[in-house]
Each structure stands twice: as structure tokens, then as C-alpha cells.
Design a protein around this ligand. Structure first.
Ligand code: PGA
Length: 318
């Protein structure tokens, strides 16, 4: 890149880019000004100067609000890439000084919340210069974050096929059928078909657990009687415990790894012995293959790969 090609960039200030980034994200100049602790006219001037440098309008009005023009959208993407690029530079600089520094953004699906914090803890302690953000969301939201390139690493069961991703399976995630403790079917050897008349409690649409259940049911031609959808593993556990129905859940949600493979399921729940269960699934760590990893992210991936002692219990009782 020579100087003349960067002439336009050299006239763009970081302040203008910040004002633009916030306005583009919030689609509101007032909101951006509030977030940046600036006055609205200051933000407007920065946006006007930026548009003059670019030579194109960046926003246009849409009803009572504003939206990005095509040039604005292109700049939003470029500004994001510049930010990523700078983050990598800082982490490389830190590495040159023998330090791992910078930020590490992790997203994990809700079933992973039972063990990911335990894996993050020792990493955080060993890397005090790394500022860690951990988001726990359902599969759809994690996929959406991967699409936007929000996180350095995600932990999930079913990485999406349509994104450029590197994936590394690392932990078993058996899925089991749970019933209220003392359920008449508990302790008996069952076929899935014999559970057709039960009231099934499902996770919300967008959940990977629900997707895995639906895929399996479709494969074996099983049609559950769905009584209710609930938005979290804990809500399902409580509802099952209260006798509202049975459910397919990740074993780790029912029997957290703390107690080890022999630990009893959560109080009030029994794991049914259903032929073909537990379903054998795995969690993977995934990251965007089209972007370089930061040093902190590389270290974290190595750390996760070594985390054998926290492996989830290796199977259900079914
Ligand atoms: P969920 O994800 O939290 O969306 O059910 C589970 C998974 O995808 O592993």
C-alpha cells in the first residue's frame, strides 16, 4: 500500500470512525452521542466530515429514522475489520513483550454453561492480562454471533454448515430422556415408541437441544406429544420435577460434572432407560476460519483441548 492510496484514510480520524460505528449500530445520532458522551451536534459534524472525506452519503432517512446507504454498509464492515486488525496488532505487540494481552470473547450454548466457566477460570487466572467476556446463548443466537464475527471462539454442539468455520470436537455431550423421580416408567427398559403418549417438554425454537431432539425423532419416525416449550434447561428441569412432563436434555444439565460420572441426577429427576439413548453428541469449539485468531484465542483453544479432567460424565444410565 503506498501513501497516495492511503491519502483518504489519513484524513479519517478515529473519532469519526467511532461516531460512525455507534451511529451505524444504533441507527440513531442521538443514541450514539449518548453512548459516546458527546453532544449530538459534535457527532453530526464528525459524520458530515467523514462523509465528505469518503465522498458519499453514509446514511439516508427512512421514515422517522435513518438507515445506512450502500457506501455506509461497506464502511461499517471495513470499520469492523479495522477494529479486528488493531486488536490483533495489540495482541501481537503484547506477545513480542512476552505477554498475552487483549480481549477474548467467548460464546457458549446454554448446555455448555455447566462446564465452560470452570474451564475459563484457570485460563483467566493464568492470563491476567486478558479481558474475558463469556456470553451464554442458545444455538441460534450463537450462530448469529458467529455470522457477525462477534466472538473469538464459540462452544456448541452443532456448528452451522454455511459459515467458514474451523471446528474441533472436544467433549462428549450425551442427551438423555428425563422424567420426574418415581415416574412409573423409571427403572424399566423402554422403547422410545412407548413414550409417545407422554407429555413432552421441549426447549424453545432456536435451541440446539431441541434441534437434536427433532432430528432424532424425525430419523426414527417418532412423533412426540409436545405439551410445552420452555426457554432454558433449568426451566425444563423444574417443570419435569414438578410432574409437567418428560424431556430430552443434555446429561450435563441433569447431572453436572462436578460430582463426576457416578453422581446422581438432580433432585426430583430420573433418567429413563430408553433403547438407543443416550444420544451420542459432542460439543465442539468453533471459530471463523477466514480470520486470523488472536494470540489469546489460540491459547484458549489449546487450554480447552487439554481440559480432560473436566470432561462431562461419559454416558447416561439408559
Ligand atoms: P441450546 O444448545 O442451548 O441451544 O439448546 C445446545 C447445543 O447446541 O449444544
Amino acid at each position: 500500500m503506498n501513501g497516495s492510496r492511503l491519502a483518504r484514510l489519513s484524513r479519517v480520524t478515529p473519532q469519526q470512525l467511532r461516531a460512525f460505528e455507534a451511529t451505524a449500530r444504533l441507527l440513531s445520532v442521538t443514541g450514539a452521542a449518548r453512548e459516546l458522551h458527546l453532544t449530538q451536534p459534535t457527532v453530526s459534524v464528525q459524520l458530515r466530515e467523514l462523509a465528505a472525506t469518503i465522498g458519499e452519503p453514509l446514511f439516508e432517512s427512512a421514515g422517522r429514522g435513518i438507515r445506512l446507504t450502500q457506501a455506509g454498509e461497506a464502511l461499517q464492515q471495513t470499520a469492523g475489520e479495522l477494529g479486528d486488525c488493531w486488536r490483533r496488532f495489540e495482541s501481537r505487540l503484547a506477545e513480542l513483550n512476552g505477554l498475552v494481552r487483549g480481549s477474548l470473547r467467548i460464546a457458549a450454548v446454554t448446555t455448555a454453561e455447566y462446564f465452560v466457566p470452570d474451564l475459563v477460570g484457570p485460563f483467566a487466572a493464568a492470563h491476567p492480562g486478558v479481558e474475558i467476556e463469556l456470553a451464554i446463548e442458545n444455538r441460534d443466537r450463537v450462530v448469529e454471533r458467529l455470522q457477525r464475527g462477534v466472538d473469538d471462539v464459540a462452544v456448541m454442539m452443532m456448528p452451522p454448515g454455511e459459515l467458514p468455520l474451523e471446528r474441533r470436537p472436544f467433549l462428549d455431550n450425551p442427551l438423555v430422556v428425563v422424567a420426574p423421580a418415581g415416574h412409573p416408567l423409571a427403572g424399566r427398559r423402554l422403547r422410545l415408541a412407548s413414550l409417545a403418549g407422554e407429555r413432552w417438554l421441549m426447549r424453545e425454537p432456536g435451541s440446539g437441544t431441541r434441534m437434536a431432539a427433532e432430528q432424532h425423532f424425525a430419523e426414527v419416525g417418532f412423533e412426540p406429544r409436545v405439551a410445552m416449550s420452555l426457554g432454558s434447561n433449568e426451566a425444563i428441569k423444574h417443570a419435569v420435577g414438578a410432574g409437567l412432563g418428560i424431556a430430552l436434555l443434555s446429561l450435563v444439565a441433569v447431572r453436572p460434572p462436578v460430582g463426576g460420572a457416578g453422581a446422581a441426577p438432580s433432585e426430583g429427576l430420573d433418567i429413563l432407560k430408553v433403547a438407543g439413548f443416550p444420544l451420542r453428541r459432542r460439543w465442539s469449539m468453533v471459530w471463523r476460519s477466514d480470520r486470523p485468531l488472536t494470540i489469546a484465542a489460540r491459547r484458549f483453544i489449546e487450554h480447552l483441548s487439554e481440559a480432560r479432567e473436566l470432561r462431562a460424565p461419559a454416558g447416561g444410565r439408559g
